[in-house]
Ligand binder design. Structure first.
Ligand code: CAA
Length: 263
């Protein structure tokens, strides 16, 4: 896949998308959003891809938000449409059947932080800065930030970030549970790829079931969540991957997962 504003590569079952508009700190314009949406659809359809990694080009930014030069021209209707497209594309990260990891290598602001929040987890470089600065522009987060951040760190911490628009450094993001790990900048991608490699070696059926069970369960009460888990568990038990995993354990060898339900 070749794109104008993104780099895309697949190696060892890991797809890496690099947002690539370094002169604008990888800001999201409508073209980039459309390309990203297309890439996500193709990634989801590709059985060989087991993990998605998102990062930004250059050493300064992951993504510095929606492109403000475009935003400045929108009326209410255009703004609504742009934000709806952004919400839809970014929700697709969460809905992917495979895990997605954000490698935040600098500024993750506005729409950039919202992309990272839709990933399954985040590793950050020591120089990363997170924030939802939309309020400083007279607007609010439009790509799901008012919804995902409170669910992740609690409403009061999220409201403070959203109301002030202040940025927080990587260590603070770690403390708040936004980032799972903070790495020296040159170690960020190697560390993310190491974890992605571990995940890629697991069974795809079980990965999908685990991601869906956690995501769906978070929207319902505990008893309903346990029913969701139970159905997902049964699906795994019916899979060839489960037969391979349990047999390999008993035969004292490493499993070779095909990522399939049957045969
Ligand atoms: N949109 C368009 N261009 C952007 C941009 C953005 N979000 N962020 C940075 N740029 C551009 C700058 O205009 C500048 O371009 P020029 O060289 O042509 O002047 C270039 O990238 C480098 O940026 P700075 O010179 O500003 O770099 P800095 O180191 O001084 O500051 C920064 C870095 C703090 C990230 C600052 O650029 C900044 O505050 N950017 C805007 C961040 C922001 O407000 N993001 C939210 C956008 S709204 C949104 O995302 C809504 C939503 O929920 C969907």
């Amino acid at each position: 896949m070749a794109f104008q504003h993104m780099l895309f590569e697949v190696a060892n079952g890991i797809a890496t998308v690099t947002f690539n508009r370094p002169k604008a700190l990888n800001a999201l314009n409508a073209e980039l959003l459309a390309e990203f949406g297309q890439a996500l659809a193709e990634i989801d359809a590709d059985e060989a891809i087991r993990v998605l990694v998102l990062t930004g080009s250059g050493d300064k930014a992951f993504v510095a938000g929606a492109d403000i030069t475009e935003l400045a021209t929108f009326n209410a209707l255009q703004g609504k449409q742009f934000a709806r497209t952004g919400q839809t594309v970014i929700s697709r990260i969460q809905e992917l059947s495979i895990p997605a990891i954000a490698a935040v290598n600098g500024y993750a602001l506005g729409g950039g932080m919202e992309i990272a929040l839709a990933c399954d987890f985040i590793y950050a470089a020591e120089n990363a800065m997170f924030g939802l600065p939309e309020i400083t522009l007279g607007i609010i987060p439009g790509f799901g930030g008012t919804q995902r951040l409170p669910r992740l760190i609690g409403q009061n911490m999220a409201k403070e970030m959203i109301f002030t628009g202040k940025m927080i450094p990587a260590q603070e993001a770690l403390r708040l549970g936004i980032a799972n790990r903070v790495c020296p900048p040159d170690q960020l991608l190697p560390e993310v790829l190491k974890t992605a490699g571990q995940i890629a070696s697991r069974g795809k059926v079980a990965l999908r079931a685990a991601k869906q069970a956690v995501n769906r369960g978070l929207n319902v009460d505990l008893a309903s969540g346990c029913h969701i888990e139970n159905d997902a568990f049964a699906l795994c038990m019916a899979s060839a991957d489960a037969r391979e995993g349990t047999t390999a354990f008993l035969e004292k060898r490493k499993p070779v997962f095909k990522g399939s339900l049957n045969g």
